[in-house]
Design a binder for this molecule. Structure first.
Ligand SMILES: [Zn+2]
Length: 69
């Protein structure tokens, strides 16, 4: 087996992840914060990490504007 591990460029990783599954998430490299604008009600949300951003987004869409569900 060829054990070759590429060290991913952080920006490349960010871009590919962004388009792969983090729909609409924006990562601010300067503050380290993630932000997301709800596609349904256009409300802006922000979180210190992508994981928390997802929790906030899911809570929002399920309990607040019910967008997409
Ligand atoms: Zn919303």
């Amino acid at each position: 087996m060829n054990k070759h591990y590429d060290i991913p460029d952080p920006f490349q990783t960010f871009v590919s992840k962004k388009y792969a599954n983090a729909k609409g998430y924006i990562h601010d490299f300067f503050t380290g914060e993630w932000s997301y604008k709800c596609l349904t009600c256009k409300e802006d949300m922000s979180a210190p990490s992508r994981k928390i951003m997802t929790k906030i987004r899911l809570f929002h869409t399920r309990n607040e504007c019910t967008g997409g569900y």
